[in-house]
Design a protein around this ligand. Structure first.
Ligand code: NAD
Length: 355
């Protein structure tokens, strides 16, 4: 039997509630797949600041680097919003991603048939959408130098090196190999020199994956095509700023923030987390939707641990729970047969995953 070490960072707000349900589901599936998990909890965010004076204690970095993967809830809340910038929970998270060197953000967007009416787009446009945005996370214009502003001018630098493009492109092609074998690389090569390099390097890397069909699209067209005909996409490969915008646009295809998982991966340890925040407005009420976190745990099994059977079991269990009409409060208006609490939803999914 294989044992995996998982670092659990529950964080603030609804973080502890949703992570507890993901652990319940992981343990249920482990029993069926001849694997087991040992968990070590680590502090980050407002709760870490309250106890240690630092939103990202060194111990959390050490525990994470000594694990096989990090399962992350969410951090932040009004209580900490007025702290100096470096003490704020969000600063801890950015520092954490840098420390772990997670340069690729993977954000799937798919539409569950049962929740097709939760999207603001027409059912016939979104039925069957299943795409993955692979976004470069620690380069590009958000980090480029020089940057600054004075009274009359502000400036940032959009820069990518060949090496940065090569490594993110490999991520996208490898993921495409496990899916429908199509990569659409997004750039603005008609205007930006950095995008011309991006396009050339992605094309070169693509030659190493002859089975994958590579296309290129300008970002403005991609924004339009995502709404017009999202089913045309399988893997969308993007730089940092384009991916930031397009992945949020893509997430709205499914209509609910409580359903969408993500992964941030790099050369070392990956971080698996829901796309939503700590939802302080509903924390402690037992009504948060745990599905985004449970699906993040499935991504962890697939991408960090190579446990595809266990990942499939979790994803099928989620689909089954939704198909049978179980809904947390956020989705109660969409064909609910039974509205359940966070922990009831976790138990239902765990029960199906163990079958
Ligand atoms: P949010 O995602 O926390 O909440 C937005 C809305 O969606 C709220 O109404 C919330 O109740 C609802 N919601 C979110 N997750 C839900 C779930 N699982 N089930 C049901 N409803 C859910 O965004 P926000 O309110 O802008 O931010 C709250 C805090 O979270 C802030 O401090 C912000 O900085 C932080 N944040 C953290 C992360 C992270 O940890 N990665 C990401 C985004 C925001």
């Amino acid at each position: 039997m294989k044992t995996y070490k998982i670092a659990l960072i529950k964080g603030d707000g609804i973080g502890p509630e949703i992570i507890d349900e993901a652990v319940k589901v992981l343990d249920a599936v482990a029993s069926r797949c001849d694997i087991e998990f040992s968990y070590e909890e680590a502090l980050m965010g407002g709760c870490a600041y309250d106890i240690t004076g630092d939103p990202l204690p060194q111990e959390t970095i050490n525990i994470s680097l000594n694990s096989d993967a990090v399962l992350f809830g969410a951090i932040g809340g009004q209580k900490w919003d007025n702290l100096p910038r470096e003490k704020r929970p969000e600063s801890g998270l950015l520092r954490f991603r840098k420390e772990l060197g997670v340069y690729a953000n993977l954000r799937p967007a798919n539409v569950f048939d049962e929740l097709i009416n939760a999207s603001s787009l027409k059912p016939e446009v979104i039925k069957g959408v299943d795409l993955m945005v692979v976004r470069e996370l620690i380069g590009g214009i958000y980090f480029g130098e020089p940057r600054g502003r004075d009274e009359n001018r502000g400036w940032n630098t959009m820069v990518y090196t060949r090496d940065e493009i090569v490594r993110i492109a490999h991520q996208a092609f490898k993921i495409a190999m496990t899916r429908s074998k199509r990569v659409c690389s997004i750039d603005k090569a008609n205007v930006l020199d950095v995008s011309q390099l991006w396009r050339d390097v992605v094309t070169e890397v693509g030659r190493e994956y002859p089975e994958v069909e590579l296309t290129h699209m300008y970002v403005d067209n991609a924004a339009m095509q995502l709404i017009r005909d999202p089913r045309q996409f399988d893997v969308m490969l993007t730089g940092n700023i384009f991916g930031d915008i397009l992945s949020d646009e893509a997430s709205m295809l499914s209509g609910s923030i409580g359903l969408l998982p993500s992964a941030s991966v790099g050369a070392k340890i990956g971080v698996y987390e829901p796309i939503h925040g700590s939802a302080p407005d509903i924390a402690g009420q037992g009504i948060a939707n745990p599905i985004a976190t449970i699906l993040s745990a499935a991504m962890m099994l697939r991408y960090a641990l190579g446990e595809n059977v266990a990942a499939d079991k979790i994803e099928s269990a989620v689909k089954r729970a939704l198909k049978e009409g179980y809904r947390t409060k956020d989705l109660a208006q969409y064909d609910a047969k039974e509205v359940c609490s966070t922990s009831e939803m976790g138990s239902i999914i765990a029960n199906y995953a163990a079958k």
